[in-house]
Design a protein around this ligand. Structure first.
Ligand code: PMV
Length: 321
């Protein structure tokens, strides 16, 4: 028996950074993200044979983009699967197959999409084997246990993740276009898990939850009222806040490179000149992520040209890298 599910990645505009509890990935602050439909992971859970014990292994699913899952990555993935099985009393011999339908080079981690897809595939299996149906909120809470940010990938567009868990939220802005300025696609020196721990040593971590909450309120308000410029300003301050936490941690670390800064300068100048542009954000990495409204197609072409003319490389799910 095989159970197949897919799930998209997401990009946070209000960042989840820092945990109050490592077990269960309890976030220190609320976050808000936009789901990236074009960036999907696919998981197939295969029940090889029924046994009273639980045995699982991982295999790369044929097709998709080339990617490697390290031994550590495989263990983490299977640990999540085993935890789900144990929680719901499922046993057997399983092979968990997974693949990403987007290149590692797009600068977005695949953990959000792959853990969400794995949790969904488990949900399908549970319905078949035990007759138990888990709704999206429950799947999201389960997914959070494996990878924090994956809990926001269960919802089709905007998602807000607060103490009680993540849920979908609607704003007038839909069908946004995602682009990324690819500065570097090598593996990060400090993983996001490590970053969650280290930021708590920064003096600026005091008050971080309050700042994130305030920005979440302000951003929600701006998006509801279709105040795109205000939304840009909040997102801009928010990613800088997170990167300042990195730089002021003990020991300090950072992801910004000369190219990241060049991209940010071009984007800032563009906004100042044109009073319009994409929402800009950065994750725990050097790449710069852009979200355009669908009516900004022409502006996007011009801005892409500006970025490319300064030697920067762009990636977009529909365009060429
Ligand atoms: O889910 P994790 O542990 O990989 O954390 C992700 C953290 C950020 O991507 C930097 C921010 C976010 O909210 O997605």
């Amino acid at each position: 028996m095989k159970f197949e599910a897919s799930a998209p990645s997401n990009i946070a505009l209000i960042k989840y950074m820092g945990k109050t509890q490592a077990i269960g990935n309890k976030p220190a602050n609320p976050s808000l993200s936009y789901t990236l439909k074009g960036l999907q992971s696919v998981v197939v859970v295969e029940l090889v044979q029924s046994t009273s014990s639980l045995i699982s292994s991982w295999k790369k699913l044929e097709g998709g983009e080339p990617f490697e899952l390290s031994q550590k990555g495989q263990q983490r993935f299977l640990k999540h699967f085993n935890t789900l099985c144990e929680k719901y009393g499922v046993s057997g011999e399983f092979v968990v197959h997974s693949r990403n339908d987007f290149p590692a080079a797009c600068g977005l981690a695949s953990s959000a999409s792959s853990f969400a897809a794995l949790t969904r595939a488990f949900g399908l299996m549970l319905r078949e084997l035990k007759g138990t149906t888990l709704n999206e909120e429950v799947l999201s809470q389960l997914s959070q246990q494996g990878s924090g940010s994956s809990c926001r990938s269960l919802f089709p567009e905007w998602s807000v993740w607060e103490d009680q868990g993540a849920k979908g939220i609607e704003f007038p802005y839909q069908n946004l276009i995602h682009d990324a300025v690819i500065v570097d696609n090598k593996e990060k020196k400090v993983s996001s898990s490590e970053a969650h721990t280290r930021v708590t040593t920064s003096l600026n971590f005091n008050g971080r939850a309050e700042r994130a909450k305030m920005r979440l309120n302000n951003l929600t308000h701006a998006l509801r009222n279709e105040n795109w410029k205000e939304a840009f300003e909040i997102c801009w301050a928010e990613f800088w806040d997170m990167h300042s936490l990195f730089e002021t941690s003990k020991p300090s670390f950072g992801y910004m490179t000369e190219k990241s800064l060049l991209a940010l300068e071009i984007l800032k100048n563009h906004w100042e000149l044109e009073e319009d542009g994409p929402l800009v954000t950065m994750d725990a990495g050097p790449n710069v992520h852009l979200l355009y409204r669908p009516d900004q197609e022409i502006l996007k072409v011009r801005l892409d040209q500006k970025l490319r003319s300064r030697g920067l490389k762009l990636w977009s799910p529909v365009g060429e890298a």
